[in-house]
Design a protein around this ligand. Structure first.
Ligand SMILES: NC(=O)c1ccc[n+]([C@@H]2O[C@H](COP(=O)([O-])OP(=O)(O)OC[C@H]3O[C@@H](n4cnc5c(N)ncnc54)[C@H](OP(=O)(O)O)[C@@H]3O)[C@@H](O)[C@H]2O)c1
Length: 193
């Protein structure tokens, strides 16, 4: 992974019960990483715990920055996987340890914000972001081969299992979108052609 997340490090996953989050928790635990998650309900946090998450934070009732500081003796986490973007940027920077890395994959909290960059200099932080859509076919093929090499063995061994909440035929894509917008799901919503 671009963030160089390594065994023994700590990793905060926002939206731990999401399609992405449920997979990220399992692969990180498989690699020997301490996992922190945020989610919006006790049911979702219990699911994250069941998948191996070590520290589960309800972002609706708790201040995640304060809880991370408390759980890490004031140090912060090494890497954050963030699907929120703008509205979390300051709090994410405040939650990172020295040499910490923030990896942004979504803007559910907007793409525009104002931020105090001081923590970046003080703690040598890195902000990265990436998407899949605008990549060349060659680059996508490279990603698939890296996944085959580094992730697939854990899936074959049953150490990492996709969490599927519900499947829909392609003709019912609108229903699937409606379910995703309601955001009561835990894991992936699949469309089957
Ligand atoms: N860059 C890329 O390559 C890439 C690839 C795939 C997906 N994505 C992005 O990654 C994100 C997740 O995708 P997904 O398929 O896993 O979607 P998803 O299953 O719908 O997950 C979205 C999650 O965000 C949670 N959430 C919303 N506000 C939150 C907050 N303030 N703090 C913590 N969690 C919050 C929701 O649950 P609760 O609020 O109820 O906890 C829900 O679990 C999306 O933004 C998607 O666009 C990016």
């Amino acid at each position: 992974m671009t963030s160089h997340l390594s065994p023994g490090e700590s990793f905060l996953i926002h939206g731990g019960s999401s399609g992405i989050g449920t997979f990220a928790i399992q692969i990180a635990k498989h690699l020997g990483i301490k996992v922190f998650v945020t989610a919006g309900s006790e049911e979702k946090l219990a699911a994250c715990k069941g998948l191996g998450a070590d520290v589960c934070i309800n972002y609706k009732t708790e201040d995640f920055v304060a809880r991370i500081k408390e759980e890490t003796n004031g140090k912060g986490v090494d890497v954050i996987l963030d699907n929120i973007g703008g509205s979390y940027l300051q709090r994410n920077l405040n939650s990172l340890a020295v040499d910490g890395r923030l990896f942004i994959i979504g803007f559910q909290g907007g793409a525009v914000t104002e931020v105090n960059l001081q923590p970046m200099l003080a703690r040598r932080l890195t902000i990265q972001a990436a998407g899949l859509r605008n990549r060349s076919l060659d680059n996508k093929a490279l990603i698939v081969s890296e996944v085959e090499k580094n992730v697939w063995p854990a899936v074959v061994e049953g150490k990492v299992k996709p969490v599927v909440y519900k499947t829909f035929p392609l003709s019912e894509a609108a229903e699937a979108h409606k379910l995703m917008e309601e955001s009561s799901h835990i894991g992936k919503i699949l469309l089957i052609p």
